[in-house]
Design a protein around this ligand. Structure first.
Ligand code: NAP
Ligand code: ZN
Ligand code: ZN
Length: 354
C-alpha cells in the first residue's frame, strides 16, 4: 500500500502529475520530515524531462527541501521532533571512500545517492524527492536551518546556495578580486549575493536587460548585458574568476577572454548538450583554466547555511502551489524566474490539481 504522495513525471514528455508511492518507515538513524517548502531547481527540469539521459521513471524531483521533523529513529541523536530542518541534493553515500571521509560526499567514488533519481546504497533502487508530503533521511544527511533564516527563502540554499558557495570557497574568492557571475537565475543570484558577502568585486553577466537593476540590488557592482559586445569588451582581461551558471550551451570564449592571467572559469551549469569547444589559444596565452564543480558536501552545506544566517543572505523567491509546477518549468525555460520558484507543499493535495 503506497504510504506517500507527491508529484511525478512518468516519462520524458509527460507533465508532472499526482503520484502515490512507498517510503520506508524510519530506521534507527533516520529522521522523518514533513515537507513544508521545496525549491524548484533547473536540475529538476533536466531530470523530469530526461535531458541527461539517466532518469529513472517515475521521477519525483525536488532537492531543496525544508520541513519539520515528525519522527526520529531510536539511535538518531542530532534532531528532535518539531526541529526545522533541510535536505539538499544527497541523502546517502558510501561513507568510507576517501572523498566521503574528506567531507566531499558529492564526489563519492562509488556515487552518492541523490535525493531523487537514486541509486539507493546497496539496492540501486530509485529515490523520490521533495515534491511530496514527507521524506525519510539518515540524520547524517539532514541539515540544521539556523533560526534567523526564513524557511521558504532558505529552501533554495540547499542546492543553489551550496552549489555556488562551494566553488567560491574552493577558489578562495575574497577582497581584492574581480569575480564574474554568468546568468541571473536560481544559482546565479545566490552567486552574486555570496561573492559580494565574501568581499569580492562582483560583475554580473546576463542575457536579460530587464534583470539589470535586480542584479545591482542583489549586490553586483557592475551588470553587463552579454549581448552588448561593446559592454563585454570593457571587461576583457579584467576578471580573476568566473562562475558560469548558464543552463544552456553557449560560447565559452566570450567569457574566457574576460579572465586575466591564471584566471579560472568554473562551470556549474549542466546543459543537456555540450558547449561548443572553446578556442585553445584563449586558454594557453594567459594560462587560463576551465573547471567544474558539483554541489557541496554536507559539512560545507551546513557552513553555507550558517554563513547566510550570519550575513543576512536569503534567496529571492516566488511561492507557487504544487499544481503550477509545469507552468513554472516553462517559465524557467524562458529565463522568467525571479529568482527561484518555491513550492508551498501545503498545496500538494489542493482539489484543482491536474
Ligand atoms: P535557472 O534558474 O533556470 O537559471 C539559469 C540562467 O541562465 C537563466 O536565468 C539565464 O539568466 C541564463 N541563461 C542564459 N541563456 C540561457 C538559455 N539559453 N537557457 C537557459 N538559461 C539561460 O537555472 P538554475 O537552477 O540556476 O540552474 C542552472 C544550471 O545549473 C542548470 O543547468 C542546472 O542543472 C545546473 N546545476 C548544476 C549544479 C552543480 O552541482 N553543478 C547544481 C544545481 C544546478 P539570464 O537571464 O541572466 O541570462
Ligand atoms: Zn539543484
Ligand atoms: Zn564514498
Amino acid at each position: 500500500m503506497p504510504n506517500a504522495f507527491g508529484y511525478a513525471a512518468t516519462d520524458a514528455s509527460a507533465p508532472l502529475k499526482p503520484f502515490s508511492f512507498e517510503r520506508r518507515e524510519p530506521g534507527p538513524r533516520d529522521v522523518k520530515i514533513k515537507i513544508e517548502w521545496c525549491g524548484v531547481c533547473h536540475s529538476d527540469l533536466h531530470t523530469a524531462r530526461g535531458e541527461w539521459g539517466n532518469t529513472l521513471y517515475p521521477s519525483v524531483p525536488g532537492h531543496e527541501i525544508i520541513g519539520v521533523v515528525t519522527e526520529v529513529g531510536a539511535h538518531a541523536t542530532k534532531y528532535k521532533v518539531d526541529d526545522i530542518v533541510g535536505v539538499g541534493c544527497m541523502v546517502d553515500s558510501c561513507r568510507v571512500c576517501e572523498s566521503c571521509r574528506s567531507g566531499l560526499e558529492q564526489y563519492c567514488e562509488t556515487g552518492f545517492t541523490g535525493t531523487y533519481n537514486g541509486p539507493e546504497q546497496g539496492t540501486g533502487a530509485n529515490t523520490f524527492g521533495g515534491y511530496s508530503e514527507s521524506i525519510v533521511v539518515d540524520e547524517d544527511f539532514v541539515l540544521r536551518i539556523p533560526a534567523g533564516l526564513d524557511p521558504a527563502g532558505a529552501a533554495p540554499l540547499l542546492c543553489a546556495g551550496v552549489t555556488t558557495y562551494s566553488p567560491l570557497r574552493r577558489w578562495r574568492v575574497g577582497p581584492g578580486q574581480r569575480v564574474g557571475v554568468v546568468g541571473l537565475g536560481g544559482l546565479g543570484h545566490m552567486a552574486v549575493k555570496l561573492a559580494r558577502a565574501m568581499g569580492a568585486e562582483v560583475v554580473l553577466f546576463t542575457t536579460s536587460p530587464e534583470k539589470v537593476s535586480d542584479g545591482q540590488e542583489m549586490g553586483a557592482h557592475e551588470v553587463i548585458v552579454s549581448k552588448d559586445a561593446a559592454a563585454m569588451a570593457t571587461q576583457r582581461g579584467r576578471l580573476d574568476f568566473i562562475l558560469n551558471t548558464v543552463a544552456a550551451p553557449h560560447n565559452l570564449d566570450a567569457y574566457l577572454e574576460l579572465l586575466g592571467r591564471d584566471g579560472t572559469m568554473v562551470l556549474v551549469g549542466a546543459p543537456a548538450s555540450p558547449h561548443p569547444s572553446p578556442t585553445v589559444f584563449n586558454l594557453i596565452m594567459k594560462r587560463r583554466q576551465i573547471a567544474g564543480s558539483l554541489i557541496g558536501g554536507i559539512a560545507e552545506t551546513q557552513e553555507m547555511l550558517d554563513f547566510c544566517a550570519e550575513h543576512n543572505i536569503i534567496c529571492e523567491i516566488e511561492k507557487i502551489p504544487m499544481r503550477q509546477i509545469n507552468e513554472a518549468y516553462e517559465r524557467m525555460l524562458r529565463g522568467d524566474v525571479h529568482y527561484r520558484f518555491v513550492i508551498d507543499m501545503r498545496s500538494l493535495r489542493d482539489e484543482d490539481t491536474v
